[in-house]
Design a protein around this ligand. Structure first.
Ligand code: GLC
Length: 506
């Protein structure tokens, strides 16, 4: 575990104490996944279970959860949450359902018709803050009556920042809840509530100290869940050691850097892992031909399949760059837009984009594709299999993020032998090692400054290195041999939990 203060180590492989841990989040795969948070909420609890802990998850029961595939059974009926703290009769009643599969993490779902079941999406409603306050109250009310009580709650991102807040205010005298330690995990500091925190007027500013307003009070929509989570949690974690340092300065701090500095002795950074079972080119049935470091020749068959899939010129020696990403400014799309045409004109390569989000970027790539039809392939909808084929067929994956709390795709890419080109920030800096010719080291190409020239130079370095087949194969082998499994992260989380419980040196 890397932290701002010196970290501690436990040398034993097995945890000293079996912990009960409850993760609360807005999304948890495989039930519902919008982005990286959902993925982490699936893999991390499972990795903790593998270490012997009892880790469970708690999330809303959205209409889109497939109850045929995931049959749910009642766990607790009639969870009562106050909608107005000043009136004990103003209650909202929800139920908790449970999903359990042999050997897997137990999942609890908060059922509420109005706030979750009638909504098709996870995010994007005008009353989102109310929905998340309900989730936060719901989980605490559930723990009060549940037979199973956690030692630790892990709340993630602004949506569940109200859990630490309520736990240390409204619920602070509860005999059960007051004993539970709470960790707030930051996956992305940029999203703090239903407003743009860069432009909050003084009147609307949420300093985090006032009680949470009633559900029907419009002021509830002005709450800053991120600030509150950071203020009230026992410990704060973020998803890479570098991001934990970066958010202490104003470039990355999203106006919370002063608060984070105040809390720096409680702030940690643990790098996410990836699911090395489902991301494994040796056994992956989503790719055309399986391969490993021992039979890398097979990989080029995936490249041909990829070119066919996108109607590109078929050529196993062509350099292919792939992008698998949410298309937004965080992910560095303005840099990609700035250099794409120049790259196309000057370098012989093919480009594949699998992106969701912004119509602006979609339009840009569609226009570019018209210009270079047999060299550019685009897909703008979510797809389960396509990312794997791109990882297995492309030579490089571009991740030029402006900031990146962790980032998962660069690790998935390395596992498949697609060499990432990344900006040196957050988890990208912590997971990719820069290639320097002649040193037999490095797993990717890193650039520092967020500008088009730096990115362009990194791209040229990669495309030139690709021409040296021997060198490129060595690079692929090094990248594919890196261990990004969750086990290591889960051990570091165990340390963090023990620290929160006062069982490891403070
Ligand atoms: C957010 C971050 C991303 C991180 C993911 C999972 O989506 O933007 O960097 O990998 O959360 O922690």
């Amino acid at each position: 575990m890397s932290s701002i203060i010196p970290s501690i180590n436990i040398f034993k492989k097995e945890p000293t104490k079996k912990l009960r841990i409850l993760f609360v989040a807005a999304e948890v795969a495989p039930f519902i996944k919008v982005g990286g948070l959902g993925e982490v909420m699936h893999s991390l609890p499972n990795a903790l279970r593998a270490l012997g802990h009892d880790a469970r998850v708690f999330l809303p029961k959205y209409a889109t959860i497939d109850t045929q595939k995931f049959p749910l059974r009642p766990e607790v009926q009639g969870i009562k949450s106050l909608t107005d703290d000043s009136d004990p009769h103003d209650l909202l009643v929800s139920n908790v359902l449970r999903y359990e599969e042999n050997g897997q993490t137990i999942a609890y779902f908060l059922e509420n018709m109005e706030y979750y079941e009638k909504r098709a999406n996870v995010y994007g409603y005008v009353d989102d803050t109310t929905r998340w306050v309900l989730l936060s109250k719901g989980v605490l009310e559930f723990i009060k009556v549940s037979k199973w009580k956690p030692d630790i709650i892990v709340a993630s991102d602004w949506q569940t920042g109200f859990v630490p807040n309520l736990l240390r205010t409204d619920y602070k005298n509860d005999p059960v809840l007051s004993k539970i330690k709470v960790i707030f995990c930051i996956h992305n500091l940029q999203f703090q509530g239903l407003f743009d925190h860069h432009f909050v007027s003084e009147m609307d500013y949420d300093a985090g100290r006032a009680p949470i307003p009633a559900f029907f009070d419009p002021n509830i929509l002005k709450l800053n869940g991120m600030r509150r989570g950071i203020m009230y949690a026992d410990l704060i974690n973020t998803v890479s050691p570098t991001y934990a340092k970066e958010i202490l300065n104003d470039e990355f701090g999203e106006k919370l850097d002063d608060l984070l500095k105040e809390r720096r002795s409680s702030l940690f950074g643990i790098l996410n892992g990836i699911d090395v079972e489902s991301f494994n080119p040796q056994i992956d049935s989503d790719i055309v031909v399986k391969y490993s470091v021992k039979n890398l020749d097979n990989r080029s068959k995936n490249k041909i399949a990829l070119q066919k899939r996108f109607n590109l010129a078929l050529d196993k020696n062509k350099f292919i760059a792939g992008i698998i990403s949410r298309m937004d400014a965080q992910k560095g799309f303005d840099l990609i837009v700035e250099i794409s045409d120049a790259l196309m004109r000057n370098i012989d390569f093919q480009l594949i984009i699998l992106g969701t989000g912004s119509n602006y970027y979609r339009g840009f790539f569609q226009d570019l594709q018209k210009k270079y039809p047999d060299r550019i392939g685009c897909h703008f909808f979510f797809d389960n299999q396509l990312p794997k084929l791109i990882l297995a067929g492309a030579d490089t994956i571009l991740v030029p993020s402006r900031f990146e709390p962790c980032g998962l795709v660069q690790m998935e890419a390395m596992r498949y032998g697609a060499i990432p080109i990344v900006r040196k920030t957050g988890g990208l800096a912590d997971s990719v090692e820069n290639y320097i010719p002649g040193q037999d080291k490095g797993t990717g190409f890193i650039f520092e400054n967020y500008d088009r020239y730096a990115f362009l130079i990194a791209f040229i370095r990669a495309s030139e290195t690709f021409r040296d087949k021997k060198e490129w194969i060595k690079l692929m082998k090094r990248a594919m041999s890196k261990d990004f499994s969750w086990k290591k992260s889960a051990e570091e989380y165990t340390n963090l939990f023990l620290r929160a419980l006062g069982l490891q040196g403070k």
